[in-house]
Design a binder for this molecule. Structure first.
Ligand code: FDA
Length: 365
C-alpha cells in the first residue's frame, strides 16, 4: 500500500487527523470532492474581508487544551458573539438577557424580569413541556417565544414549533444580567486571516487531491491505503441500504455593497416567520476590517435534497434509529473509520470536531 491513511474529506476533522498522523511519520493522502480544502469552515478573501463561505463560524470552547491546540495554527482576535434580533423592525439583544427583557417589557431589575416570565408561564399553564413551543414558553415566557423564537425556529427547521421536540432548545441561554455575550464558554474568537490559513497549515506536509470524489472511483481508493478515515456521509458509503438520513439544507446569498457598514454587527437574526432568510452576516465585523466595501450573506434554510450540500442533521427519533443501523455496519469494519459531522451524523461545534479527531489519533497509537 502506498499510504498508511486515506482521509476522505479535508474538513476540520480530516485535516486535524492528517496533520497529527503526518507528525507521527504516517503517510497520509487527503481526497476532497470540493475545489478547496477546509470543508464548511472554509473562508475566502474578497476586498480584504475573509468571507465565511458556509455560514458564520465563531470558535468557542471551554476546553483549554483545544483552545491552545487551535491557537498553534493562528492568532485569534477577541471577537465576542453578540447577535441582534430584528423582529419586524424592532431590535432586541441576544441571547435573552436583561437588555432583551428591558426592551420587551420595560423591566429594569432581575426580579421584575423573573416575575414577568413567571407570570407568562403561569398563564400558559404548562406542567411538563411536550414540544418546543411549550419548552420555550416555560423558559422565557410567551412574548419572547412569539417574537424571538417561534418564527426563527420554524424557518430553521421547516416545521411548526408544536411539532418539534422540546430538547432542541433545552438549554436556551437566558441571563439575568446585562450581558450580550452569546456563549458562556471561557474562550472565543475568530482566527485573524480566516480559517483557510489554519487548514493550509495543517495540510502543508500532506498529499491532497481536490475535485476528487471517493465514489467516482471507489475501487481505487479502497486499495490505496492501509486504513481509511471517511468524513463523508455514512449512508452514502453504504449505498443508502437502510434508507436516506435527512438533513436541513441552506442557501447562502452573497452581496457586495459599496458602503462601509451595512448593519453595524456581524450577525443579525430575522426572527419573524415571513422574512424568508434567518439571518444576515456582515463578514467584516468578525475581524474589524477597514474597507470602503462590505460583503453580506443572507442565509435561507431549505428542505435538503439528495446530492446537495448537507448542513444540519435532523437528529429526531426516525433518523437516530436509521443512523444506529449504519453505525452497526461501521462498527464491524476493520480498516475503515467514520468521523466528523457527516460520518457520525451529529452536529458538532468546531472544538468538538477537533477533540474527536485527536481522540481517534490517540486510540490508533
Ligand atoms: P465538513 O463537512 O466540514 O468536512 C467534510 C469534508 O468532506 C467536506 O469538505 C466534503 O466536501 C468532503 N467530502 C464529503 N464526501 C466526500 C467524498 N465522497 N469524497 C471526497 N470528499 C468528500 N461550529 C462552531 O464551533 N462555531 C460556529 O459558529 C459554527 N457555525 C456553523 C454554521 C453552519 C451554517 C454550520 C452548518 C456549521 C457550523 N459550525 C460551527 C460547525 C462546523 O462547521 C463543524 O464543526 C465543522 O465544519 C465540521 O467539520 P467536518 O470535518 O466534520 O465536516
Amino acid at each position: 500500500m502506498k499510504y498508511d491513511y486515506l482521509i476522505v474529506g479535508s474538513g476540520l476533522f480530516g485535516s486535524v487527523f492528517a496533520y497529527e498522523m503526518t507528525k507521527r511519520d504516517k503517510k497520509c493522502l487527503v481526497i476532497e470532492k470540493r475545489d478547496h480544502i477546509g470543508g464548511n469552515v472554509y473562508t475566502e478573501e474578497e476586498h480584504g474581508i475573509n468571507l465565511h463561505k458556509y455560514g458564520a463560524h465563531i470558535f468557542h470552547t471551554d476546553n483549554k487544551e483545544i483552545w491552545n491546540y487551535i491557537n498553534q495554527f493562528a492568532e485569534f482576535n477577541r471577537y465576542t458573539n453578540s447577535p441582534v434580533a430584528n423582529y419586524k423592525g424592532e431590535l432586541y439583544n441576544l441571547p435573552f438577557n436583561m437588555n432583551t427583557f428591558y426592551k420587551m417589557w420595560g423591566v429594569k431589575t432581575p426580579e421584575e424580569a423573573k416575575a414577568k416570565i413567571e407570570e407568562q408561564k403561569r398563564e400558559a399553564n404548562i406542567k411538563s413541556p411536550s414540544n418546543l413551543e411549550e419548552q420555550a414558553i416555560s423558559l422565557v415566557g410567551y412574548d419572547i417565544y412569539e417574537k424571538l423564537v417561534k418564527g426563527y425556529t420554524e424557518k430553521q427547521w421547516g416545521r411548526d414549533c408544536k411539532d418539534l421536540p422540546a430538547f432542541i432548545i433545552k438549554r436556551l441561554p437566558v441571563r439575568f444580567t446585562f450581558d450580550n455575550n452569546y456563549f458562556n464558554d471561557l474562550y472565543q474568537g475568530i482566527p485573524i486571516g480566516g480559517y483557510r490559513k489554519i487548514i493550509e497549515k495543517m495540510l502543508e506536509a500532506v498529499d491532497v487531491k481536490l475535485n476528487t470524489d471517493f465514489f467516482e472511483d471507489r475501487e481505487k481508493w479502497l486499495n490505496i491505503a492501509d486504513k481509511i478515515i471517511f468524513t463523508g456521509m455514512i449512508d452514502q458509503y453504504y449505498d443508502y441500504c437502510f434508507g436516506e438520513l435527512e438533513y436541513r439544507g441552506l442557501d447562502f446569498e452573497f452581496e457586495t455593497l459599496d458602503i462601509e457598514n451595512y448593519q453595524g454587527n456581524a450577525v443579525i437574526n430575522y426572527t419573524d416567520r415571513e422574512t424568508p432568510f434567518t439571518r444576515i452576516i456582515e463578514h467584516k465585523h468578525f475581524e474589524n476590517i477597514e474597507s470602503d466595501k462590505t460583503v453580506i450573506t443572507r442565509e435561507y434554510p431549505k428542505t435538503w435534497q439528495k446530492g446537495e450540500e448537507a448542513y444540519y442533521p435532523m437528529n429526531d427519533d426516525k433518523n437516530s434509529e436509521l443512523f444506529a443501523k449504519y453505525k452497526q455496519l461501521a462498527d464491524k469494519e476493520d480498516n475503515l473509520i467514520f468521523g466528523g459531522r457527516l460520518g457520525m451524523y451529529q452536529y458538532y461545534d468546531m472544538w468538538k470536531v477537533i477533540e474527536e479527531a485527536l481522540k481517534l489519533v490517540k486510540s490508533l497509537g
